[in-house]
Design a protein around this ligand. Structure first.
Ligand code: NAP
Ligand code: SF4
Length: 677
């Protein structure tokens, strides 16, 4: 079969072994690796991705000793007893011809536990624990621990290890002046700062021999003050190559950096040029990373010679069959990662098992199973938002005869609103994915059809899934019927908005709408890379001489004056996702949005919005009031308990519960219900 993606599918020969294509599933902590009884689930998770065609997999981080734990009693490998569970994983992957590396991660001062150590005793802004400075003896012991862990990984059947040297973890802490302020042979100039990483690689190579992959994940852009320059990055890369590294992987930004590196508003392939710069100076294969989620982007990077492989972690959670769909020209069937972090990284930071918003089977492969039905039923799904589409397509894929009713002219529901928010363009992909699934699975789609219960009963459905979603909650104060009062849905659908605006309600949608109103109407979407770099203060020169690649940010003048208001007295936006909320808060702050809390709404008049704060009446002179005060469920079609119906009725998503409505719950509820029908 001819393919547009020849570079992605080309094997990579490493001399002693061959990786069958150029796709690396990057390391992502799922939470399953920390407990041995979860290894069968971990094996199923990786096995499915290997079956889906990925060439190389890198596990979540496993610590070489207890000082390196990310969390108390985190996954560690320093004992032969650790071999057996890991063999389940390596076997599951090798069965499908993929290779797998175990990542060795010492968290250093990012550990969320009391044994933390680092280059210097400097606390990180994202952990409450102050690290102890490592002594010479501890450094030498840790080098041994890395080598020992790698040798056990080899016994467990891994094809190699990845040494985590980026994202601000221990080795990155030694590599950069940001944390390394030592004056001994492990600190000072770059030759000394890199000594620890280099000695680790040499010790591993000596222990495991030549025919074992050592991949090193190197921070190519620290994005923190006192971070390395590109020249220093290249010096380290060349020394790593000389010490025996087989593959050089890209890390971008420390976790504490205040510049987004993976969220959905980061342009696709935003950092590939920094990898390309390093690649010019080494002969070993180099892997590009961050915001590569679709084959076009991956192919472009490889075809331009910017990297030898492309790494994707979240996109392979979203779709285990990303590679095989690419190889068989079924790219429109890919369930695209929308870089929302809501079910993966936000879960990890809450110590919950990582999964995926658009693919609830990720890391639940043995629990959420779609079995072909032996007794096909006639199923109606009412509502074509993500909950309804998830239920309809899973049920149809199992062999049921499914009809999907949608009152409007298009499917997508709330995602049709989200996709117009600047930086949320990826939401288009989810709608495209479901549309293709609807066709592929044979769901009968009836658009512009507001169905009622009588009609459903008449058509003789066995099961009815009510996924009728939500409507925006209206404001109930004097003047709220005035024409200058708009719902968020009206605004996102293009209603005219004045220059001075009050946004009522500071949940995810209040933030989204504020960002939408800050930008000029006809700004190109997605945001061009150069504009985005300017706005966040990233040095666009791949051969940057600025420390950590930082430069002064330049923020365009906002096109509107905006107040964002809430009744609660807590800081605005604290309920947003852990890994994304800070980006939204920073955006609004930079654009001078005035955030008020503890507000009581009084009335809306021709002069503006009257509020009360701290006991005082205040007039906000605004032209438009946008209401983002949550939603209410739409569920008239759902029978009450004592009503007799021929079909069985089920309710999911926002129709079931509007509070804390979110797409993650909606898609999962749809899939879980359909798996059981
Ligand atoms: P939300 O998070 O529930 O926020 C609505 C806000 O409106 C509340 O925080 C509440 O704050 C205020 N409110 C509620 N009733 C009100 C009333 N009667 N009058 C005035 N204010 C009222 O809902 P949302 O913003 O609509 O978002 C819905 C869901 O979408 C969220 O749960 C989230 O998961 C998801 N989402 C997330 C993001 C993101 O993470 N970036 C973006 C978009 C959507 P006060 O009571 O304090 O005023
Ligand atoms: Fe991607 Fe969101 Fe899924 Fe994470 S939860 S893998 S960011 S789509």
């Amino acid at each position: 079969m001819t393919t547009r993606y020849a570079n992605i599918l080309k094997p990579l020969h490493l001399g002693f072994t061959t990786i069958k294509n150029r796709v690396v599933m990057g390391s992502m902590h799922t939470g399953l690796e920390d407990r041995f009884y979860n290894y069968p689930k971990l094996a199923a998770y990786f096995g499915e991705r290997a079956k889906g065609g990925v060439g190389l997999i890198i596990t979540g981080g496993i610590s070489p000793n207890r000082q390196g734990w990310l969390l108390p009693a985190g996954g560690t490998m320093n004992n032969l007893a650790d071999v057996a569970p890991h063999r389940l994983v390596t076997h599951a992957v090798h069965k499908h011809g993929a290779k797998i590396l175990m990542q060795i991660l010492h968290s250093g001062r990012y550990g969320y536990q009391p044994f933390v150590v680092s280059a210097s005793p400097i606390k990180s802004p994202i952990s409450p624990f102050k690290p102890r400075q490592m002594s010479e003896k501890q450094i030498l012991e840790t080098i041994e621990d890395y080598a020992h862990t790698a040798s056990i990984a080899k016994k467990a059947g891994y094809d190699g290890v990845e040494v985590m040297g980026s994202e601000g973890y221990l080795l990155n802490q030694f590599l950069s002046r940001h944390v390394n302020q030592r004056t001994d042979r492990w600190g000072g100039d770059i030759e000394n700062r890199m000594r620890f990483a280099i000695e680790i690689v040499k010790a591993i190579r000596e222990k495991v021999g030549e025919k074992f992959i050592i991949c090193f994940r190197l921070s190519m852009l620290d994005l923190v003050h006192d971070g390395n320059t590109m020249q220093e990055v290249i010096t380290v890369a060349q020394a790593l190559e000389k010490s025996g590294v087989t593959l050089l992987n890209t890390g971008i930004g420390w976790h504490e950096a205040r510049i987004p590196t993976i969220v959905t508003s980061v342009p696709r392939a935003a950092f590939a040029d920094y990898t390309a710069e390093v690649k010019k100076h080494v002969a070993i294969p180099v892997i590009a990373s961050n915001r590569i989620n679709m084959p076009e982007t991956a192919e472009e990077i490889l075809a331009a010679g910017k990297a030898d492989m492309v790494q994707m972690a979240r996109p392979l959670l979203a779709d285990a069959f990303w590679v095989s769909k690419t190889a068989t020209n079924r790219v429109d069937e890919i369930n695209t990662c929308i870089a929302c972090n809501q079910a993966c990284l936000d879960h990890t930071f809450k110590n919950k098992r990582a999964t995926c918003l658009v693919n609830p089977r990720a890391a639940y492969e043995t629990e959420l199973v779609y079995v072909k039905t032996k007794a096909p039923k006639k199923i109606a799904v009412v509502g074509g938002g993500v909950a309804g589409m998830s239920a309809a397509t899973v049920a149809a894929s199992r062999g049921h005869k499914v009809t999907l009713f949608e009152a409007s002219h298009e499917v997508g529901g709330q995602f049709n609103l989200a996709k117009v928010v600047p930086g949320k363009e990826e939401f288009h992909e989810t709608i495209r994915y479901f549309k293709v699934q609807i066709e592929r699975t044979g769901v009968e789609l009836r658009l512009n059809t507001r169905v009622n219960r009588e009609q459903l009963e008449r058509e003789g459905f066995d099961e009815v899934v009510v996924a009728t979603g939500v409507i925006p909650r209206a404001l109930k104060i004097a003047g709220s019927q005035a024409p200058q009062v708009l719902s968020y849905a009206e605004v996102l659908r293009g209603a005219a908005v004045g220059n001075r605006v009050a946004v009522i309600g500071a949940g995810g949608i209040g933030f989204d709408v504020s960002e939408f109103l800050l930008k000029p109407e006809h700004q190109p979407q997605p945001q061009p890379l150069a504009d985005w770099q300017r706005e966040w203060g990233i040095d666009p020169n791949p051969n940057y001489i600025s420390e950590g690649g930082l430069q002064a940010a330049e923020v365009a003048h906002p096109v509107r004056e905006i107040y964002l208001l809430q009744r609660k007295t807590t800081p605005l936006g604290i309920g947003l996702g852990k890994t994304t909320g800070w980006v939204h808060r920073a955006q609004l702050k930079k654009h001078a949005v005035k955030m008020l809390r503890g507000v009581q709404y009084q009335s809306i008049t021709d002069e503006g919005l009257w509020i009360k704060t701290n006991g005082y009446d205040q007039l906000l002179r605004v032209d438009t009031v946008v209401v983002c005060a949550g939603q209410e469920s739409v569920k008239e079609i759902m029978p009450t308990e004592d009503e007799f119906t021929l079909a069985n009725y089920h309710i999911i998503g926002g129709a079931k519960l509007a509070a804390e409505l979110d797409a993650k719950r909606a898609i999962r509820e749809g899939a879980e219900l359909a798996a059981k029908l």
